[in-house]
Every structure is written in C-alpha cells, then in structure tokens.
Design a protein around this ligand. Structure first.
Ligand SMILES: [Zn+2]
Length: 382
C-alpha cells in the first residue's frame, strides 16, 4: 500500500475540533493519504515518511465540499424564464413543468451525460460529494429511470416524485399522491437512498408530504423535505415532528419553527442560490445559529430556481448576506453538508476520513468569501 505525503499546507482545515477552533485549523501542516483515507494529520515538522511527497507551497487545504441538495437529473434550460424574472416576473413552482417535458423527452444516455457534465463542473469548484434528486420525471417510468441514472454517480440518491403535480394530474392531486406512494415509489425505491417532498403552497401540503415520506420510510428510504421556501408553511414543523436529519430551504420561519429546529436537532439546509436566482430575501442563518440550530449550505442546483453548481458562490453569499462568518459558512458547506446526509466519512479531514480535499490557490479558506467569484480551487483529490 503506497502512502502520499502532502507538505507545505499553509492552512489545513480539518473540521476536527480537537485542533484550533470549530474548523480545527492547523498552520504549516502536513497530511498523509493512504488507501484513499487520511492516515495522518499534524504539524509539518512532525510529518512521517511516506512513499511519495508533494509540496503545496503554503496553499490552504479544505475538506471537499458536500453538496447535500442538487437536482441534476434534468434536460433543457430555462434561461428565458430567468431573464423574464429579472425583468420583473415573479417565481412560482409551476415552471418545473417546463423541465418535466424536456426531461421526459431525453434519453437515458442524454440524462447521464448531463449529470456527468454537472458533476465535473462541481468537482472543478471543490465539491466531492453530491446528493442527486429525481423530480423532473413525475411518471413511474421517468422517475425510476432518472434515479437509475443518478445511482450511477452517487449513493446519495433521492426520490422526489412529490416535486410538483404533473399536468396530467392537475385535476386529481390526490390521485397523484396515490401514484407517488404506490407504483412510483415501488419502481424508484431500488435506486434511491432518500425520499423527499416539496411541501409548499402550489406543490404538496403537510398531509400529502407526510404521506409521501411515511410511504418512503416504510420502503426503507430515509426522509428529507423541501420546506418554507416560498412562504411560511407547515413543512419545518413536519420535518421536526418526523425527526428528519435535515430540512431544506428554511427561508420563511416564525419563532416556533426556529424553536422546533433547535429542539429537534434537525439540520436546516439553506440554499441561497435559490434566493439569488429568484431575487428573494435570503434565509436568516444568523438567527438559526444563534438559536443553536445546525446549519448546512448547499447549491439546490436546478435549471429553474438556482442554476448554480458552485459551493464557493453559496458560501460567499452566506457570509455577505446571511450573517455567517467565513468559518461558519465553510463548516456548513463541508461538515454541515455531511451531517445533513448522515455521513461521517466525508466533510472533514481527521484520521480515517476519506481523503476528499480541495487545494486552494490562496493562503487561507477565508479567501473563499473574501474573493467571491474567483476560481480559487486549484486541485481536487477524491
Ligand atoms: Zn430543491
């Protein structure tokens, strides 16, 4: 078994709290990779011998980003809708149907090529773990094949048949929920780890969302939820009631929602790309952190409301406009995302973690927010 020693790490973010601060930062550090795992971490002066070595010239190293919320199985493009929105039209969940038509018309090969291209784009920006949702098929056949495609790329696949009611069920939403919780779930479950629903006005209400999550759980899927994105609603309370590991968006919260999150331990995954791309007010990360809620950040990469694949972009927005410190935002993009997926092997660089890391062409992780929009990720190991 060969070992590889990285030296000259000006600043190493481990997310191991036994080192300095919440990010476990080590200066002048070294790290040994063996069999794809972190085998040793510490001061460069104490680094052990290894089969090969490489000097990083004082650059910062961070854990690879964990993007715990992405809708990558789709076809088509909604740039015209974006342009119209920026010209003053408002966003509603209905635009999802445009992407559904394009996704149904695409072949499996086209969908797979599309996922691969987006994953490569994410990796160039430092992301090494990605959750991928279905939700643009909305038929038994198209949800199952979308998840089959996604499962070629990640184990973190999510069945989101309950994304929006498709046009053919517009007059029978209850019938659509029966389809999702019955034959569609049956076909999708072999390819899915998670089950999700869009609990929002214009999509699914609390009872429908609960029914979808419970049906998925009965099939062995782990539940997660889109909630409180476009307005106040019951989703966050439902997530806490069901003991979900994470609930995503959390933009419109009242005091009871914040208290429920703090009391339940359910992680709030904030998706500022959506507010950016719909020109909407951002979620208040500071309020959540001050209440003791664990916060994760993710891209929500999708062609309608958040067509960014960039975790550094989301991090910079969270620091600039959501009250997070650079350290809190980096933690939320790495360890926070891992926690939101229930993963202990990624999101940190402690001994035994997967050696998923990004080398920044900068002396400190702070540059990720300090230099927004700059491609600072020089290299990714995963
Ligand atoms: Zn989403």
């Amino acid at each position: 078994m060969t070992s590889h020693l990285l030296t000259g790490i000006g600043e190493l973010v481990t997310n191991d709290p036994s080192y300095d601060g919440s990010l476990g930062v080590l200066g002048n550090a070294a790290l040994v990779i063996e069999a794809g795992e972190v085998a040793w971490v510490g001061p460069q002066a104490e680094a052990p011998d290894a089969d090969t070595r490489e000097d990083l010239g004082g650059r910062a190293v961070i854990p690879g980003f964990v993007d715990s919320h992405a809708h990558l199985v789709f076809a088509g493009d909604r740039s015209a809708e974006f342009a119209a929105r920026m010209a003053g039209e408002s966003y509603s969940a209905g635009g999802i149907r445009t992407t559904v038509a394009a996704t149904r018309a695409a072949t499996d090969e086209q969908l797979a090529a599309h996922v691969a291209r987006h994953l490569a784009e994410m990796r160039r920006q430092g992301t090494t773990t990605v959750e991928i949702k279905s939700g643009y098929g909305l038929s038994v056949r198209d949800e199952a094949r979308g998840l089959a495609v996604a499962s070629q790329f990640t184990t973190e696949t999510t069945f989101l048949g309950a994304h929006v009611v498709p046009p053919e069920y517009a007059d029978d939403p209850a019938g659509y929920v029966d389809l999702v919780t019955g034959p569609m779930l049956e076909a999708a479950a072999p390819y899915a780890t998670w089950v999700d629903a869009f609990c929002e006005r214009g999509a699914f209400d609390a009872d429908q969302s609960r029914a979808v999550l419970r049906a998925g759980m009965a099939k062995g899927l782990k539940p997660r939820l889109h909630a409180n994105q476009l307005g106040p609603g019951p989703g966050v309370q439902l997530a806490c009631e069901l003991g979900l590991v994470a609930v995503d968006h959390c933009t419109h919260l009242d005091d009871a929602d914040v208290a429920a999150l703090a009391g339940s331990g359910t992680i709030a995954t904030l998706l500022p790309g959506a507010e950016f791309s719909t020109r909407s007010p951002y979620p208040d990360a500071r309020r959540l952190l001050d209440a003791g809620v664990t916060v994760a950040l993710a891209t929500d990469c999708n062609p309608g409301s958040s067509y960014t694949s960039s975790m550094p972009f989301c991090l910079a927005v969270a620091v600039r406009d959501m009250g997070m410190t650079p350290a809190e935002a980096l933690w939320a993009c790495t360890a926070g995302g891992a926690a939101a997926l229930g993963r202990e092997d990624v999101g940190h660089l402690g001994v035994g973690a997967r050696a998923h890391l990004a080398v920044l062409d900068a002396p400190s992780y702070v540059h990720l927010a300090y230099r927004p929009g700059v491609p600072l990720v020089l290299d990714v190991r995963a």
